[in-house]
Write a protein that binds this ligand. Structure first.
Ligand code: SAM
Ligand code: DTB
Ligand code: SF4
Length: 329
């Protein structure tokens, strides 16, 4: 797998077709194209590789909430941000999790994702419980995805054996901006975990957050690292920062939907096959704004009234959105 060192500032022409070794300055130029040109290019690539009318629904559940030792500036679950109003919760029981997965499936979810506020996976009873959850979700015919922080090779092998489809582990931002956001683990640590996931044969779900004060070049760097993974990640979540009170990023200005679209469109052009998930930050977007993100190449959302700890779109609002995506009489 390529590391961030692979990024170079070479050339300024936006690429017309996905390249195997793309540079951050090329991706930045792509994101800065006239918006209609950018959306047009992205949509045409999207239609070549995906059903243009299909948006996947993934459900999300926080199985262990709060008290995380990491200092991620955006995250309400970090124990470093003492002003955040959040009740810590211990790891949930497997049977409760599987019952919630069953409900999500009945509501239309195709993938069920479990999130734990852990720095890393540790051997023991808690990890065994997570393996049991994965088996239960799999048995329901749902794709199972987990995000548990860093892990070692043998953990990835056990998750694969339990039938895990995908592991979510985000780069969060570009390598140069990263130190402004997280100090308790390095970019290289993240890449190492992703390597273990890939070697175990589990799909990689890896993306980041837009709107943390980063530049266009930082956004381009993050997408470039992702696009230069070989093979590219099977799914890429693009989160808009949810500015939670009590976190260091609480006062940041929200970024516009068009800026989100620019990032999504560039991601679609350079990663034509990936499932692009319009993740956190949909709550304040209108149906039309979300449809613009789908035109730009997003083809998955988190479905359910809560993300991990913050509100997501209400189910009736998403049901209306999905009706709008259908043909009309
Ligand atoms: N602890 C694990 C980890 O960090 O990999 C898993 C859970 S963590 C909450 C999963 C991802 O949620 C983060 O990597 C980040 O991209 C996203 N996230 C967390 N807080 C967010 C926020 N306030 N706004 C947008 N995305 C957020
Ligand atoms: C991802 O990239 N976004 C999701 C999922 N992976 C785990 C999490 C979003 C969390 C938003 C803040 C919260 O609800 O705590
Ligand atoms: Fe912990 Fe993950 Fe939140 Fe960072 S993003 S504080 S690792 S739960």
């Amino acid at each position: 797998m390529n590391t961030p060192q692979a990024i170079t500032r070479q050339g300024s022409e936006p690429p017309l077709t996905p390249a195997s070794e793309i540079s951050a300055s090329q991706v930045e130029a792509l994101m800065k194209l006239p918006i209609l040109e950018l959306l047009g290019r992205a949509n045409s690539i999207h239609r070549t590789h995906h059903d243009p009318n299909k948006v996947q629904r993934a459900s999300l559940l926080s199985i262990k909430t709060g008290g995380c030792p990491e200092d991620c500036a955006y995250c309400p679950q970090s124990a470093h941000h003492k002003e955040v109003a959040l009740t810590k919760e211990r790891l949930m029981q497997p049977q409760v999790v599987v019952a919630l997965a069953k409900k999500a499936k009945q509501a239309g979810a195709e993938r069920f994702c479990l999130g734990a506020a852990w720095r890393e996976v540790r051997d023991g009873a808690e990890f065994d419980s997570v393996l049991q959850m994965v088996r239960g979700i799999n048995d329901l015919g749902l794709e199972a995805c987990v995000t548990l922080g860093m892990l070692q090779e043998h953990h990835a092998a056990q998750l694969a054996e339990a039938g895990l489809k995908a592991y979510n582990h985000n780069l969060d931002t570009g390598p140069q901006y990263y130190a402004n956001i997280i100090s308790t683990r390095s970019y290289r640590d993240r890449i190492k975990t992703l390597d273990h996931i890939r070697k175990a044969g589990i799909d990689i779900c890896c993306g980041g957050i837009i709107g943390m004060g980063e530049s266009w070049y930082d956004r381009a760097e993050m997408l470039t690292v992702l696009a230069n993974f070989a093979p590219q990640p099977e799914s890429v979540p693009i989160n808009k920062l949810v500015p939670v009170a009590g976190t260091p990023l609480e006062h940041l200005e929200p970024i516009s939907t068009l800026d989100m679209c620019r990032v999504i469109a560039a991601a679609r052009i350079i990663m034509p096959q990936t499932t692009l998930r319009l993740s956190a930050g949909r709550e304040d977007m209108s149906a039309s704004e979300q449809i613009l993100c789908f035109m730009a190449g997003a083809n998955s959302v988190f479905y359910g009234e809560k993300l991990l700890t913050t509100p997501n779109k209400q189910l009736n609002s998403d049901d209306e959105l999905f009706q709008l995506l259908d043909a009309i009489d």
